[in-house]
Ligand binder design. Structure first.
Ligand code: ATP
Length: 447
């Protein structure tokens, strides 16, 4: 058998579909051809700052062994053509790499695609160099995502997502998942699952709000806990299938890059350290803005109102505070220069908050009056004179440490608080119960 890697991206539009749904169809086709998967389907989230993404900038890689790579590729192309939204603006692409070795250049491009903009020509050149089988529709911009997914084998930190797909008759309709059961599941499986529920707004987070075919997605540390969590849910509509993906979600994979303030490019993600050179200010809409600076340069930072508690923390910062910020760089506009859209704030050192006042009279304890420039201060009653002001250090309403927004404002890649300071080892691979299709696979694809 041959080892192959099939990458896929840009299949959907805002009107519906989802690249993982096409992955679902492909998995059925591949299994029904008697192929053997060597990894869970990989769901790779790429740089979230890419403005031309549809939603979560996700791409898929399927890794398996098969007898006839060409036949599989042709079947996959047919499925892509029949099911992608290329007539509604999508630019789909499928790529196939043969062999178990993932070339260095491919790994490198995949790594860069997590935090910067990849040039389409570079991706095309690489696909040619590596002799990949490529199939594109319309402009085929999905090539960038598709080969980035191929090149990212999720070495190191990773998580899993169990995605449940809807029956066609429910597409676009309200998702019927019992809220209370989601809360119970969350409590029962914490800390091994994450971002199930937002307790502040009493909002279910496992169901998407777009009209795509996904009923729900449970995110967590291993497939076993996801299956347990799934069983704890009360689902009030008949669903079609589920797939467990291995993914870089919840790992901060896009924020590993150090942002150099002397040569900052728009749509780049990463982290930066610096000192506030202005006190934060609130603008229309409740967003908080402040500037930071370090040896390399400076940047305007924005902590948007929907980030809830993070926005409140940002408003308490002061000029002189030393911080590390994670986020993505937004393009300059007519009103604002390039801006860092802040996703987390790590307060390293707080500046002293000092209240400066006129001194008190030692005899009558009254506040002394200024006697004019360089003349010092005098007590009106006792006529006592002093020459320096009184400095009083006030307590800051803030502590050093890491601050994140509430789960509802997380990006797919945002690492939740409960995952910090935990090392994930590459687990022994056991592909069990990672998919379920209501209709038998063979029957579905009987030709
Ligand atoms: P969904 O998550 O709903 O499947 P999406 O948000 O992934 O959709 P796509 O429709 O796949 O959005 O569009 C993303 C586009 O951006 C693709 O064409 C992809 O190739 C491209 N892209 C992804 N990452 C980068 C990057 N780092 N640099 C340049 N282009 C990128």
């Amino acid at each position: 058998m041959f080892t192959v890697h099939l990458g896929l991206d840009d299949t959907d539009s805002k009107k519906g579909m989802c690249t993982t749904y096409l992955a679902n169809l492909l998995v059925r086709e591949i299994l029904s051809e008697g192929c053997e998967f060597i990894d869970y389907p990989n769901l790779i989230r790429l740089n979230p700052a890419i403005p031309w993404k549809t939603r979560g900038n996700g791409a898929i890689a399927l890794r398996f062994k098969c007898h006839d790579p060409e036949r599989i590729f042709q079947l996959a192309c047919k499925l892509l053509k029949e099911n992608s939204h290329f007539m509604l603006g999508a630019n789909p692409c499928l790529v196939l790499l043969e062999g178990s070795f993932i070339p260095y250049n491919l790994r490198k491009l995949a790594e860069e695609a997590l935090y910067k903009v990849i040039n389409f020509k570079r991706a095309k050149r690489l696909a040619e160099e590596l002799n990949l089988r490529v199939y594109t529709l319309r402009k085929g911009h999905g090539l960038i995502g598709a080969i980035s997914a191929l090149g990212n084998t999720l070495q190191g930190d990773h998580t899993y997502e169990l995605m449940v797909y809807r029956k066609k008759e429910f597409f676009g309709k309200e998702r019927r998942v019992d809220k209370l059961s989601v809360k119970l599941m969350d409590k029962e499986t914490y800390p091994l699952t994450f971002n199930n529920y937002d307790y502040e707004k009493e909002r279910v987070l496992i169901t998407p709000r777009s009209p795509d075919p996904v009923l729900l997605g449970i995110r967590g540390e291993n497939p076993k806990i996801l299956l347990k969590a799934f069983q704890l849910l009360k689902i009030e509509e008949e669903w079609d299938s589920y797939i467990i993906y291995r993914t870089n979600q919840g790992t901060n994979a896009h924020l590993k890059n150090h942002l150099d303030l002397s040569q900052l490019k728009a749509y780049t993600s990463g982290f930066v350290r610096g000192r506030l050179i202005s006190n934060p200010r609130k603008i229309e809409g409740g967003h908080v803005l402040f500037e930071i600076k370090n040896e390399e340069g400076g940047i305007l930072c924005a902590v948007y109102e929907p980030t809830g508690s993070l926005n409140k923390i940002a408003s308490k910062l002061l000029k002189g505070d030393e911080v590390e910020l994670g986020g993505s760089v937004r393009k300059n506009t007519v009103r604002y220069p390039k801006t860092l859209n802040v996703e987390y704030i790590k307060i390293i050192k707080l500046a002293r908050l000092v209240r400066v006042q006129n001194p008190l009279c030692d005899t009558c304890n009254r506040r002394m009056k200024s006697l004019g420039k360089n003349q010092g201060f005098g007590c009106e009653k006792c006529k006592l004179r002093k020459f320096s002001r009184l400095e009083e250090e006030l307590e800051r309403d803030l502590k050093p440490g890491l601050y994140l927004p509430p789960p509802r404002a997380h990006r797919h890649l945002t690492k939740p608080l409960q995952r910090y300071n935990k090392r994930k080892l590459n687990q022994e691979f056991k592909l069990e119960s990672w998919y379920f299709f209501r209709e038998p696979i063979r029957k579905l694809f009987m030709k």
